[in-house]
Design a protein around this ligand. Structure first.
Ligand SMILES: Nc1ncnc2c1ncn2[C@@H]1O[C@H](COP(=O)(O)OP(=O)(O)OP(=O)(O)O)[C@@H](O)[C@H]1O
Ligand SMILES: [Mg+2]
Length: 429
């Protein structure tokens, strides 16, 4: 029995046991490495994971297999159990992709060159497979990889759903347009007469659907408080509230640079609403992204780029282009010159910065030039005109919800590239 045959057998076992899903990338990796006789520690070292994490993935998998096969499965007897099972059961039917699942990917992007994010995919998959999660938000800075992750996730778990529908809100469609579009797919009719939220809820109760709405921030306002809906889009609030609060068998995934109002309050460990803040990629992923752009980089060079750009894959891709065109492919020359926020990245940060209220912009300027003493207390003392504690906290919360600043113990921090951008913007002023 080859490891690939073993994986096909496990996929079949999981599906026939009504778990409905196949092994995901991290489970397959742990399985294959274990099959080859590697310990959790070795797997963790070879693939740059925490030891506890690979152990958790492995234990979870053996537990599932024990339940299905009726035999206690462990690392030690894995091969023996599967071989026995293989011989005593009918030949393996290869599991087919997305059985009986109707899919509409809208303008979803291609994710053929998507690396890692295994931990995030595993977390999201666990939430969704539990069948108790009704809404998930994936939030983070522009270019951090929210859209790519949502597409990759949906591709991996499509077989758990009867419908997968992916839509972008970037062109700010009204709720009516989105509802009629989704309902046509769910009901299989050319035109629907009732495009109400209630009609959608009825469908979400009857069928197991995965809805993904990308670019949430497009229908949110800039300015004082993050998460407020733009005029004419407030009815989306009701859509999200009903999907989060009412009982049904479907799941909604939202992605955005900002959290919509009401989301943070609803999400939590034991809640049907979960939220994932997405951070940058690791140096090995940076290395692969650069390699795709034809640049050969050492891990140390990648570590420097990752530190500077907060691991933002879009910024890394943009940097790769600058390194090639302006620095003749010399990564060190780019890093020495460093501290440059080049034009495309500048535009991206401009768009996010312009959404901030004057107070939030002032706070960003202050943090960027006072990094050594950037605590909330010093900030409050320095700000002119004076603001109340409540206004200050509200502004800091909004900045965090817009993924722009973060707090490490008591210090307020900005990623180096963002701090550089803010300082240059201040100079321009
Ligand atoms: N894990 C990854 N591996 C390789 N490339 C990635 C990865 N994640 C993202 N990228 C690339 O980085 C770029 C930005 O990703 P993506 O569009 O998903 O970001 P986003 O967070 O949705 O940004 P925005 O807020 O602008 O919508 C894309 O070109 C994408 O292909
Ligand atoms: Mg996106």
């Amino acid at each position: 029995m080859t490891p690939q045959e073993a994986i096909a057998l496990i996929d079949n076992l999981l599906q026939s046991a009504n778990k409905k899903h196949k092994l995901n990338d991290i489970q397959s990796l742990v399985f294959l490495e274990t099959w080859e006789g590697h310990s959790y520690q070795e797997i963790a070292e070879r693939h740059q994971y925490e030891h506890d994490y690979t152990k958790k993935v492995g234990s979870h998998l053996w537990r599932n297999l024990s339940q299905i096969t009726g035999e206690k499965v462990s690392k030690q007897n894995l091969q023996a159990v599967l071989r026995r099972y293989h011989h005593s059961n009918s030949p393996i039917q290869p599991a087919s992709e997305g059985d009986n699942c109707i899919q509409d990917w809208g303008e979803a992007i291609d994710v053929s060159y998507f690396y890692n994010r295994l931990q995030e995919l595993e977390t999201l998959e666990t939430w969704i497979s539990s069948n108790t999660t009704r809404a998930i938000g994936i939030f983070g800075l522009g270019g951090i990889g929210k859209t790519s992750l949502s597409v990759k996730l949906a591709q991996q778990i499509q077989s758990q759903f009867e419908f997968v529908i992916w839509r972008s809100l970037q062109q700010t469609p009204t709720l009516d347009v989105i509802l009629s579009n989704i309902l046509q797919i769910l009901t299989g009719s050319e035109a629907t007469t009732n495009n109400s939220i209630s009609a959608l809820m009825e469908q979400l109760r009857q069928k197991r659907c995965l809805l993904i709405l990308d670019n949430m921030e497009s229908i949110l306002q800039g300015g004082n408080r993050s998460g407020q809906y733009q005029q004419g889009y407030e009815d989306y609030r009701q859509l999200f509230a009903r999907i989060a609060d009412e009982s049904h068998q479907s799941c909604l995934i939202l992605t955005g640079r900002e959290q919509p109002g009401g989301f943070a309050a609803r999400s939590g460990e034991n809640s049907p609403v979960r939220s994932l803040q997405l951070f940058g990629v690791s140096p090995p992923v940076c290395q692969k992204i650069l390699a795709d752009k034809g640049l050969k980089a050492t891990l140390l060079q990648c570590q420097n780029l990752v530190n500077y750009f907060g691991g933002n894959p879009l910024a890394i891709k943009l940097a790769a282009t600058t390194i090639k065109t302006i620095f003749g492919g010399d990564i060190d020359a780019f890093s020495v010159q460093g501290n440059t926020v080049f034009s495309d990245l500048w535009d991206l940060l401009d768009r996010q910065f312009d959404r901030l209220s004057p107070l939030q912009q002032q706070i960003m300027y202050w943090i960027a030039i006072n990094q050594e003493r950037a605590t909330p207390a010093n900030l409050k003392a320095d700000l002119l005109p004076k603001v109340s504690g409540r206004q200050l906290m509200e502004a800091l919360e909004s900045l965090a919800e817009r993924s722009l600043n973060y707090t490490s113990s008591t210090s307020l921090m900005l990623q180096p590239a963002i701090a550089e951008y803010v300082r240059e913007r201040l100079l321009e002023k």
